[in-house]
Design a protein around this ligand. Sequence first.
Ligand SMILES: Cc1cc2nc3c(=O)[nH]c(=O)nc-3n(C[C@H](O)[C@H](O)[C@H](O)COP(=O)(O)OP(=O)(O)OC[C@H]3O[C@@H](n4cnc5c(N)ncnc54)[C@H](O)[C@@H]3O)c2cc1C
Ligand SMILES: Cc1ncc(C[n+]2csc(CCOP(=O)(O)OP(=O)(O)O)c2C)c(N)n1
Ligand SMILES: [Mg+2]
Length: 586
Amino acid sequence: MTKESGQAKQAHQTAPAKLTGAEIIWATLVGEGVDTVFGYPGGTILPAYDALRKFPIRHILVRHEQGAAHMADGYARASGKVGVAIATSGPGSTNLVTGIATAMLDSIPMVCIVANVSSKLLGTDAFQEVDITGITLPVTKHNFLVTKVEDIASTVRHAFQIARSGRPGPVLVDITKDAEINSTVFDFDAARPRPYRPHPMLRVVKGDIADAAELIRNAKKPVILAGHGVIESGAEEQVRTLAERAQIPVALTLMGLGGFPASHPLSLGMMGMHGESWVNHAIQESDLLIALGMRFDDRVTGSTNTYATKAKKIHVEIDPSEINKNIKVDVALVGDLREVLEELLPRVGTRDGSAWLKTVEASKGAVAVRDIKNLPDSGHLYAAHVMHDLWRITGGDAIVVTDVGQHQMWEAQYFKHDKSRSLITSGGLGTMGFALPAAIGAKTACPEKEVWVIAGDGGFQMTAAELATIAQEGIKINIAVINNGYLGMVRQWQEFFYEKNYESTPMVSPDFVKLADAHGIGGLTVRKRSEVESAVAQARSAKGAFLLNFMVEKEDAVYPMIPAGNALHEMIRRPGKDPLEESAHE
Ligand SMILES: Cc1cc2nc3c(=O)[nH]c(=O)nc-3n(C[C@H](O)[C@H](O)[C@H](O)COP(=O)(O)OP(=O)(O)OC[C@H]3O[C@@H](n4cnc5c(N)ncnc54)[C@H](O)[C@@H]3O)c2cc1C
Ligand SMILES: Cc1ncc(C[n+]2csc(CCOP(=O)(O)OP(=O)(O)O)c2C)c(N)n1
Ligand SMILES: [Mg+2]
């Protein structure tokens, strides 16, 4: 249930020393196993920055604090460890807010350390004073205001415990300047939080396990719904065992992609608003949904009244407040997914699922056997081609960090993720501007991995200033800008639901290759399918970061699409096609 054990390291074996609060911040982080932080200095956090040189911590200077939060978040998503962001008071800390909310909605473990004005000035509207604990209350798992040097070590340690235990999430620690400046004895061990005690409801009831096993045994048309909790809990193997033993097909949420291999014969692909038609049909036809670490988001269910009405439902979930929140379930198993499945699996025997699997397979129609790379080159460059080619050329062995919009959905549809943590994306908040900084965090956490940013022309511009961070830190990532000249996903909604009134969605952009060049980063513009392969090869072999500006079809739409609030089977399909072929682009 808790992953605390791994990261906390013994900080100091020697006799406790007297340190300033500023020094204690870093010493505690070192003790928690932190070697990299993402931040931006300012007046109130200056004592901490002054003390930084004494500690073995890499500080990555960002260009905007939103970037620091996304980098810490990307670091956490790629590594499973807690990411750390640092900012000064006032605008420094308010700039973190979007990044904190992004981490909150996707349950990402992160600790943000910010400074505030001296405790005597709190509440006086002092220079650069904001009530950041008040502001972030609804978007943090927990937050703290520390006004005494004696409380810094224990609070920071507690923050780490909260961030990574149970359902992970972001924690903010606001430290006043006087607490940073004053001194006290630092004792890392004595500052240890009380052992994490799971919520009393986090207990798997034996009878419920038996009920779940019984439902699985009797089901004729079961579907596993695998979510982000599979990855967060490290339950990939257990999910696979369940699927294979009981021959149950697996549908994935956007956030769950990679948690079950896309290449596995039982993998159906992504469910929900832009999920493949056969996945949503299987869910609607199912007689048993086994939801594993997913929260029945509205992008997943469509209208809840019409959602999988023929199915009994089992929900395995670590957060009791998610049970029966969006979808009423028949059996709830509250706890860590891996632990619950370890208890459930001995009660699940082999099952013959062939009849149902055949039905599902048949509903894939021609789409399943069509390979987009073999479609004739019509002279147009489609984003789907780019995603497919990126997947093929990298062998799928890369961390892909996407931004938000149409390109995000095409990535989910066409880049096949076989491994956990190989897709990093903002699902819950859907934060444009996420990709570039989150990729910096991911590459910092996993320097040996190939990292690709896939961003739209709109979202890329929101945090493009972080190109300078990449240049300063010498970070090797590859950037694919999917340039359709529009805020494409909004344009698509205007096309479908607002009579093509393209108000404020056509977007003029700078020459992205020149922009990269201004940062000493190489780049190329790609206009034709035939140029994709060599361009990707050039990016991969470049020593430093490289940007590819893909000039794709401007008014393409993501299909299928379930209009928000519709039933899962009420899809908008690619016009003029066999209804099941909308996913295979031409
Ligand atoms: C433009 C856009 C379009 C989108 N379209 C789609 C779409 O078509 N399909 C789709 O699926 N999504 C889509 N999304 C994403 C969607 O908004 C949600 O983010 C996503 O569906 C949530 O997936 P999840 O429930 O698996 O993950 P999360 O929201 O991260 O929830 C994970 C759940 O797992 C639980 N959990 C965490 N750790 C554990 C553990 N150790 N044990 C047990 N449980 C645990 C958590 O408590 C939580 O309830 C879209 C997003 C955007 C921005
Ligand atoms: C910060 C933020 N503002 C607004 C939105 C609403 N929004 C969702 S997708 C989108 C368009 C994205 O355009 P682009 O980055 O070019 O990607 P595309 O859809 O064209 O692939 C917008 C404006 C958002 N998700 N995030
Ligand atoms: Mg665009």
